[in-house]
Design a protein. Structure first.
Length: 218
């Protein structure tokens, strides 16, 4: 299992787009630092999910402070997505033992999505729902089981970047990955529309895969 300091090291070495800030946390068992409306969001969740939620919210507030913003509640909306302060684009992700948040000012970026995964082989029966053979082969000579996790992470980040802008719900088949080129594009007339590009930065180290999709204005 990767440690917070390893994720921080990975992020410090990354050439993240200008204006994007980040913060890392471990899952937090003590929910006292959450706002009441945040605790209400997870009152029925299992302890593991509560701890991940709390760690993600604390990381998010730490990221927002780097933008000069005060600590505010980040509850769930009706669609279960985080409700961010006005003027901010941001995203939260977590995997075993790690929570990560990134944020930027909406005047600089119009969309931001991130995903963090453990770099483990994907079961063969799941690959078909994640990517086509062509997409998987683009990461050759990487085995399909490893390529599938890379593509899954990238598509998760791209989906999260576009969702606040479009409200569109769709499956992974609506996007096509070109990870060697650092790109994702829509192939279905959904969301941002067929042909729309979704830039992708993907980092892999310490048994972690981090995907970042930052959408520019214009």
């Amino acid at each position: 299992m990767a440690r917070p300091e390893e994720l921080r090291d990975l992020l410090c070495r990354a050439a993240l787009p200008k204006g994007i800030v980040w913060a890392v946390s471990e899952p937090v068992q003590d929910l006292s630092e959450l706002f009441p409306e945040e605790r209400d969001c997870i009152s029925r969740a299992v302890p593991k999910r509560q701890a991940e939620f709390a760690g993600g919210r604390l990381a998010a507030r730490a990221a927002l402070r780097q933008l000069g913003l005060p600590g505010v509640a980040i509850p769930k909306g009706a669609d279960r997505a985080p409700v961010w302060p006005e003027g901010v684009v941001a995203s939260i992700t977590h995997t075993e033992g790690l929570c990560l948040a990134m944020a930027a000012r909406a005047q600089d970026w119009r969309g931001l999505g991130i995903d963090l995964e453990l770099d483990r082989p994907m079961r063969a029966e799941l690959l078909g729902s994640i990517a086509s053979v062509t997409e998987l082969a683009r990461l050759s000579p990487m085995p399909f089981s490893r390529a599938g996790v890379r593509i899954f992470s990238a598509k998760e980040a791209a989906y999260k970047a576009q969702y606040p802008l479009t409200g569109a719900l769709f499956g992974f088949e609506a996007m096509e990955s070109h990870l060697p080129l650092g790109a994702m594009r829509m192939v279905a007339e959904l969301g941002l529309g067929a042909g729309a590009g979704l830039p992708m930065l993907q980092l892999a180290d310490f048994d972690l895969i981090l995907s970042v999709c930052a959408l520019r204005h214009g």
